[in-house]
Design a protein around this ligand. Structure first.
Ligand code: SF4
Length: 269
């Protein structure tokens, strides 16, 4: 599994975004991944026997070559998960809808109903309606008062993929993003456990993004969800992030700590 960040542009401004600090143009110097960097990255992933690629940004659908990149990845035998904030250009959505390949999924960074953004909610609903079971819902938890039940209603209403990915908003080293303070972990653990049980009752699986810790859950909560402390506590298994300029990081919140360029094989040029 690897993440390919193809652009640093985004049309949303999530206050918890942990990518914005690493996408300062003055520190990265490019905004869009070039075909050359894309091909070098793809070759690197193939050499590394990686077959699952997430395409991210920023907002990856804003990259002028986004659809061509997706076709190229699928044509190379990759399973592709596109991460989007949901504000997808109509022309790009038309093209995305036409890709008839069950190796393609689209993860939408969902807006909680407490954030009253009618236009964004409406645009996300268009994605759900048109892409249906290809859509995976994801949400980043930045507040202890998070409500999650609406995700199950969305899956039911639009026939979406019966899987929800839950992320925790983490602080970025040296950054200014908003995040969930550990003093709120027990409250979030209770809510996530209750949500997970309701989801399981409805045949919907939940998955935890990296950074969750076992002590966040109430006693017995993890086992009720079919997970072990080892499953959660060992989630810090860095997934490679390749940035638009070919630099590689292992963890966005720690990105100011270390960066490398992808090793280029001589045959990649
Ligand atoms: S949609 Fe993603 S990349 Fe864009 S601001 Fe929100 S969290 Fe950051």
């Amino acid at each position: 599994m690897a993440n390919l960040s193809i652009t640093n542009r985004c049309n949303r401004h999530c206050d918890y975004c942990f990518a914005r600090e690493s996408f300062q143009p003055e520190s990265i110097g490019v905004t869009e991944m070039s075909w050359n960097t894309f091909e070098q990255s793809l070759n690197f992933l193939i050499r590394s026997n990686v077959r699952d690629v997430s395409v991210l940004g920023g907002e990856p659908t804003m990259h002028p070559e986004f659809i061509h990149f997706v076709h190229r990845l699928l044509g190379s035998g990759m399973r592709v998960l596109v991460f989007t904030g949901g504000l997808v250009n109509v022309r790009v959505l038309d093209l995305l809808e036409k890709i008839d390949d069950d190796r393609l999924s689209v993860l939408v960074n969902v807006v909680p109903p407490t954030i009253n953004n009618f236009s964004l909610t409406k645009r996300q609903a268009t994605l759900y309606r048109r892409l249906g079971s290809r859509i995976v819902l994801g949400i980043n938890i930045a507040s202890p008062a998070v409500e999650l039940g609406f995700l199950l209603e969305l899956i039911n209403q639009y026939g979406l993929n019966p899987y929800v990915r839950l992320g925790l908003a983490h602080p970025v080293l040296g950054g200014t993003n908003c995040y969930l303070h550990p003093r709120h972990y027990p409250e979030v653990g209770r809510r996530v456990t209750a949500f997970g049980l309701e989801a399981l009752n409805r045949g919907i699986r939940i998955g935890l993004d990296c950074g969750w810790v076992p002590c966040l859950f109430p006693e017995g909560g993890l086992s009720a969800l079919g997970m072990t402390p080892k499953d959660v506590g060992s989630r810090c298994n860095p997934i490679l992030d390749i940035l638009p300029n070919g630099q590689v990081i292992a963890c966005y919140p720690l990105t100011s700590h270390s960066r490398e360029f992808i090793p280029i094989d001589q045959d990649d040029s």
